[in-house]
Each structure stands twice: as C-alpha cells, then as structure tokens.
Design a protein. Sequence first.
Length: 323
Amino acid sequence: MGWAIALHGGAGPIPNSLPKERREPREAALRHCLAIGVEALKANLPALDVVELVVRELENNPFFNAGKGSVLTANGTVEMEASIMDGRTKACGAVSGLSTVVNAVSLARLVMEKTPHVYLGFDGAEAFAREQGVETVDASQFVTPENIERLKLAKEADRVQVDYTPAVQKEILVETHTADGDSQIGTVGCVAVDSSGNLASATSTGGLVNKMVGRIGDTPVIGAGTYANSLCAVSATGVGEAIIKATVARDVAALMEYKGLSLEEAAKYVIHESVPEGNAGLVAVSAKGEVAMEFNTFGMFRACATEDGYSEIAIWPSSSVQE
C-alpha cells in the first residue's frame, strides 16, 4: 500500500494534429498540478485535501473547461458545476449553475461539510457561496473572447442537441473542437489515495459548449462523474449524458466490490463495455495504490504518480510525455 494520485483535463476528440502552442500549455498544467498533488501527499495531507487542492489549481487554469476556462451556454453565460467525495465516510457535496464562484470544487466541499445536503444549485448555491464568504467575481469575468468564439462555432454547426443516436455521438462531443485545431475538452478531475489508505475524488467543469441553460451534466452527479469509497476513487469525463446513463464512477466501484475485479479490470469494462465509443474517460485509484486511466475517445489529458516512483503525463493512447 502507498499513496497514488491521478488527474485529468478532459476526454474527447483531441486531434493528433493539436498544435504545439495548444498542446504544451496543457501538458505543462498537468505536470504542474501533478507536482502539487505529489508534494501534498508526501507531506501527509489527507486525500480529500489533496483532490480539492489539485482541482482548484486546474480550475484556475484557463486552458481547461472549468473555473476560469469554463465554456458558455446557448445564452452566452457560464454555469459551472463540481463535486467532491470522501471515500472513508462517503460524505459528498455537489454544486451546479454557478456563475460567480471562482472555485466550484471548494463550494462543493462546503456543501458537504456545512449543510445537511449533498447538492445545491443555481441561485441557492450562489447564495450559499456569499454566506460562506468564498471568493467570487462578476460573472462577466468568466466570459472570455476564446469561449465566445467557441460558442459561435458551435451555434453555426448547430451542435449539442438533445439527440444521442450513434450517428451524432461525435457531433455531441463539442467541448470543443474548433477550426484552428484547438480542443478544449477540459472537464477536470483528481483522485487520490493517501498513505493511510483513505480515498477521495473531485471533479469540476463548465459543461458543454452551447448547452441549454439549466443543463446539468455528470460532473456533480455522485456515482456518475464522481465517486469514492473504501475500495477506489473515480473521476469521469466526456459526454455527461452518456456517463450518467452508465453510472460510470459507481460502476467501477461496484465491479470491484461485488465481482472482485481489479481496478484496471473494472475501469476497462465500464469504459469499453458500458459507454458508447467516443463518449467517456476516467481516472481512478485504489486503496492499494493502483492507478487506472481509461478512455474510449480520441484522447484524454491525464497524469498520474505513485509512491513507488511511477509517473506519467499523456494525451493520446500510448503517447506518454513523461514516465
């Protein structure tokens, strides 16, 4: 047994032709956030603190679709969501519809710790944020020129429609694939197991480009985008509707619990058998310090490290940047 950490910056149609100026900042962000997580685990911070710390850092990076980089709804507004879960106690918190909160993941943790509830959304979540004194900014601060352009392209293509037939699966994955080769898939997440064997998971996103106002994806849904128990911690990314239908995060844990599968076996089964191709990815760690990073999309921004010295940063299948 030993500590382990894995994080993602989103899965989807990330082209192999992704320009260097688009790819390198994301790789650097993954490397930076992984280093922060590793340092925290080496300092014996609890897994719950580690995943919140890492996801906050990812939210503060404009190259991913969460926090500062959140994509826009059909109305040109931001509706951020996040969740966090403590595997030791199964305590969890989630938020949706945030437009002013700088770090949605920290508000989700406050929901977990300061309320009798699991999930707060929209006006209620914003009011709770003000009550708790968390950092907020004017909603306009999240509406960037880059994401205005992404929304324009999505509208022109008439994408992100409520139609999940196989013929349009690749069209739905619009989080986002723009004309200049930029792919800001970007939902972020982190899972960790600390030296005491405690597990935790956290996930944060701005959702889909051109999504309907009020749409809620998998990220804040416990058991879909985020789950942790005494066996494993999972954070998913991709098409939220597909992930919700497959209860991706919980199913990984259930296969381990009820079928006795290993973390790797459970992750592979869920991603490649339960979710339609091109729709999802996940990162997961087990109480034994194992790591799984599975996806059925073109690529997934991902990174991991374990106490025994293994480290990886990668985007496409078998394309490790650092090992």
